[in-house]
Design a protein around this ligand. Structure first.
Ligand SMILES: [Zn+2]
Length: 370
């Protein structure tokens, strides 16, 4: 049987609850997949106790989630909480198999929909409302994202889009962030291929800064800043890595990381839920292409982070342009870039690789017929 193509995927969605009341949702590539809907475990209820505090010097919210110190840390492979359940390992997923599955994190940084009292002043603190979810990309513990077929990446994108719409509708959620940490060097505590989704109770600092820039650019030129950056990169070409009919991948002009690629849809959309079918299929193909190129750049493992940048839920203007940023802390074989004094203390990055050189090397990676 040949694997389905990325544009053939039709996802079947099955939602149920876990033993402690958390939601779990299967996204299956076949209509006849039978999933175990009963969680046999005896789990105590989740009692999240996070809150957020406002940093008045930087105008940024900071999450404080002390209860997460007890979370699962590097379990042995036969006790993986993200593998399908077996008679000897009752995992987070009761079914004996799955394609893609999403469930609420048992150790959430943000949870709840409670009323928020109006704060203010120099020491503003609020409940850490929101939602945190885990996305398992495959039931195969030893797979990696780049080893998955494009059809499976498309299913992950369908799950991301579904959760973006659902979390955007949850009271108190201000921004939905789908992301993946890859590699122990990044601090991943579970090696099973998976990502996460945060529904934040605030607009993240990076998005807030980009929105301020876009508003100023709109006021000065009447144009969309993101769209002009994309058009400029296409016109120049020196930093383009790969592209298709619907998406463009490039190394940003002021890249902070030695390996950093941004993926923009050619059409202006605010979030994943707004992508049409052709754009979702094309994203699966281009994302895999970009990640495989990045992994081919060094003869070494590539610890990396993928972040999906989406418009805040209650954005007052429509300029925000969905894009995906993928970057690595690898700067050479056997060497990692650590965020030290300048980056960590001052937020001032120094990149060891010229973006144009990085783009050329990424274009030249042999793709082995993929
Ligand atoms: Zn596993």
């Amino acid at each position: 049987m040949t694997a389905p193509r990325a544009d053939d995927v039709r996802v079947t969605r099955t939602a149920t609850r876990m033993a402690d009341g958390r939601e779990i949702i299967y996204f299956d590539e076949t209509a006849d997949a039978r999933r175990v809907l009963q969680d046999p475990r005896d789990l105590p209820p989740v009692i999240p106790a996070s809150h957020v505090r406002y940093d008045v010097l930087l105008s940024e919210w900071v999450g404080i989630a002390g209860h997460r110190q007890t979370r699962t840390y590097h379990p042995p492979a036969n006790a993986c909480p993200l593998c399908p359940s077996t008679p000897t390992n009752q995992s987070e997923i009761p079914s004996p198999d799955y394609d893609v599955v999403v469930f609420e994190n048992r150790f959430p940084s943000f949870a709840g929909t409670g009323e928020i009292a109006a704060g203010g002043g120099l020491f503003d603190s609020r409940p850490g409302n929101g939602r945190c979810e885990v996305v398992c990309f495959t039931s195969d513990h030893r797979a990696t994202l780049s080893s998955l077929p494009a059809a499976r990446v498309r299913t992950v994108i369908e799950a991301w889009a579904d959760r973006t719409a659902a979390l955007s509708a949850q009271p108190g959620v201000e921004q939905v962030f789908c992301f993946e940490n890859r590699g122990v060097e990044i601090g991943v505590t579970l090696t099973h291929p998976h990502g996460q989704i945060y529904g934040y109770p605030f607009v993240t600092p990076k998005s807030a800064a980009a929105i301020r820039s876009a508003q100023a650019y709109r006021a000065a030129t009447g144009a969309n800043l993101f769209g002009d950056v994309l058009a400029g990169e296409l016109a120049d070409g020196a930093r383009i890595v790969t592209k298709n009919d619907h998406w463009v991948a490039f190394v940003p002009f002021a890249a902070r990381w030695p390996v950093e690629v941004h993926l923009y849809p050619r059409r202006h959309v605010r979030d994943l839920a707004a992508l049409d079918n052709a754009e979702r299929a094309a994203l699966a193909e281009l994302y895999l292409d970009a990640v495989r190129r990045m992994e081919g750049m060094f003869d070494d493992s590539l610890p990396a982070i993928t972040g999906v940048h989406q418009a805040p839920v209650h954005a007052v203007d429509d300029d925000f342009w969905l894009h995906i940023e993928v970057f690595s802390i690898r700067r050479a074989v056997g060497k990692l870039k650590y965020l030290a004094g300048s980056e960590s203390a001052m937020g001032a990055f120094v990149n060891d690789i010229t973006p144009e050189v990085a783009a050329r090397r990424l274009r030249e990676v042999e793709m082995g017929g993929q």
